[in-house]
Design a protein around this ligand. Structure first.
Ligand SMILES: Cc1ncc(COP(=O)(O)O)c(C=O)c1O
Length: 428
């Protein structure tokens, strides 16, 4: 059997299917990481080589920036610096990722879930006050899918009860209101740079401490946080390289199969603690841990390209919206929205997801409350039925990626079909 016959006998798969992961990385970043991995022995021992981390920190226009191995670890450190402990309560949105309540639970405290609104999928600010008790220790302001929440209203409530505000900017790096960037308005802001976010360093996150009052405590705790060990750091760098190659639109037909195998055999690594509701169950890496120097190389390049990245995302959101006509132009043009995804609600989600899946691997976000959790919600202190709008949205959310490797023309026909079907649920 010659090679041609072997290949033609392989199962067919829709080639050039588009994948939704960040897709913002360049071949130059690939070369930098590979070179560092091969020739710079110190770089994986992050402690000995912090120069890239310092350069990265200086790229942010903020005074007090601290880098972490992931966003969730940054959030956990914020909570520890506030002295959050057993018996305390933190008000969060129920429309989030499970790693958020997990971080709260790891401190011994309890997440209290506030419902969202259908307009921008952010916390319903009219429902926050009713949840405040003497146990409440902070209010969480998550900017979902790239769209800023009503941070001014949240700050007003927090001020009234003398509570700190923690901004979650994991999904919304670059969004701003009245010249202030998301993440610089609350007492703390934290960000994620994992492969699904606005910028991609494979895994990573950082924290802004905006209120001087909390700085000393945070600094003391941060000093005692360790780095990931050499072997884990190396694996993260290898993961970045493999993902960049195999998640490429022209390679994804292969990557879709090889990446789960690489993951199974421990060649590629992410932080997979979504199902761990006890901190002591996380044994493979320290939680929290600091960011790695080798990935900081990527972070620097990603920040340098941030303006282009954001411009492109806006352009794609406009493209989708011109066809689907879901949002008013003011929503699309608003500087408050950086469109990590172009998100909206549909009836018959399963039907549309199946249709689009021949062209694009959608991996729709948050299809349950606390994404990543599909059952046993009591483990994260949520009662099913508690927040009806969050549950309604989770069942109907549809979101389209906006990164630089997405070719929206490939789904134009489907978008038109969806538009004409009248299955879109308009909330504006
Ligand atoms: C809304 C939200 N907040 C926080 C995080 C945590 O970020 P990381 O994955 O870097 O820990 C995520 C992760 O996807 C998220 O979706």
């Amino acid at each position: 059997m010659n090679l041609k016959n072997i290949i033609s006998s392989l199962p067919s798969y829709p080639h050039k299917i588009m994948n939704v992961f960040s897709g913002t990385n360049s071949f130059d970043e690939f070369k930098q990481v590979l070179k560092a991995l091969l020739f710079d022995k110190d770089i994986v021992a992050s402690k000995n080589n912090s120069k890239y981390i310092k350069t990265l920190q200086n790229k942010f226009n903020a005074h007090h920036v601290y880098t972490f191995a992931s966003g969730r670890m940054g959030f956990y450190t914020i909570l520890k610096s506030l002295g959050i402990k057993k018996g305390d309560e933190i008000i969060i949105t129920s429309y989030t990722c499970v790693v958020v309540p997990n971080a709260i639970i790891y401190t011994g405290a309890k997440p209290i879930y506030c419902d969202i609104n259908k307009l921008d999928f952010n916390i319903d600010v009219n429902k926050i006050e009713a949840l405040i008790t003497t146990k409440t220790k902070a209010i969480y302001a998550q900017h979902t899918f790239g769209q800023m929440c009503d941070i001014d209203a949240i700050k007003q409530i927090a001020n009234k009860y003398n509570l700190p505000v923690i901004e979650d900017v994991a999904l919304s790096l670059g969004a701003k209101t009245n010249q202030s960037y998301a993440g610089t308005i609350g007492d703390f802001g934290y960000f994620s740079t994992d492969r699904t976010k606005i910028i991609n360093t494979s895994v990573g996150g950082f924290v802004f401490v905006n209120n001087q009052k909390y700085l000393e405590n945070f600094e003391t705790i941060y000093q005692n946080i360790s780095y990931l060990d050499k072997s884990f750091t190396k694996k993260l760098a290898i993961t970045f390289l493999i993902d960049l190659l195999m998640m490429h639109p022209n390679m994804y037909w292969l990557g879709k199969f090889t990446n789960p195998l690489f993951r199974k055999f421990g060649i590629i690594k992410y932080f997979l603690d979504e199902q761990k509701h006890n901190k002591s169950d996380i044994t493979e890496y320290p939680y929290p841990a600091k960011f790695s120097s080798i990935l900081a190389l990527v972070g620097i390049s990603q920040i340098n390209n941030l303006e282009n990245n954001l411009t492109h995302r806006k352009k794609l959101a406009k493209y989708y919206n011109d066809i689907l006509q879901i949002y008013p132009e003011s929503y699309i043009n608003s500087e408050k929205n950086v469109f990590l995804r172009y998100s909206f609600l549909v009836k018959n989600r399963d039907y549309w997801q199946k249709k689009f899946s021949s062209k694009i691997d959608l991996s729709i976000w948050f299809t349950t409350i606390a994404q990543g959790k599909n059952s046993n919600f009591e483990e994260i202190h949520y009662t099913v039925g508690q927040n009806q709008t969050s549950e309604f949205v989770a069942k109907r959310i549809f979101n389209l990626p906006t990164h630089q490797k997405i070719d929206p023309t490939k789904i134009k026909k489907l978008l038109l079909e969806l538009k004409n079907s009248k299955d879109i649920i308009k909330c504006h």
